[in-house]
Ligand binder design. Sequence first.
Ligand SMILES: [Zn+2]
Length: 106
Amino acid sequence: MFYRYLKVEPVCQTCGHDLDRYPSDDGPAYFTVLIVGHLVIVPFLILCAPLIFKAPLAILVPTALVAVGAITLVALPIIKGAVVGLLYALDINRADAHLHTADAPD
Ligand SMILES: [Zn+2]
């Protein structure tokens, strides 16, 4: 589905379907932050609170940043694929961009 890390193939390699018509925009980033922030970081903080408050910051901060960064980078293409799949299932494509009223002038 992707020809680079987050670049969606314009045409499906298997069935020839036009994938370029599904604009995922900021959806994958939003859902990634939502999922990683709420379903990964919060349970980690709750489960590891006794360890976290005893660990030296010089070890804790780099470890946490690398772990959260790695989880985010792994989750992002999966979530982007899910968002494109959802747009396909709901038949929402670039032709429906006029329905997005947030960018319309007043
Ligand atoms: Zn296909």
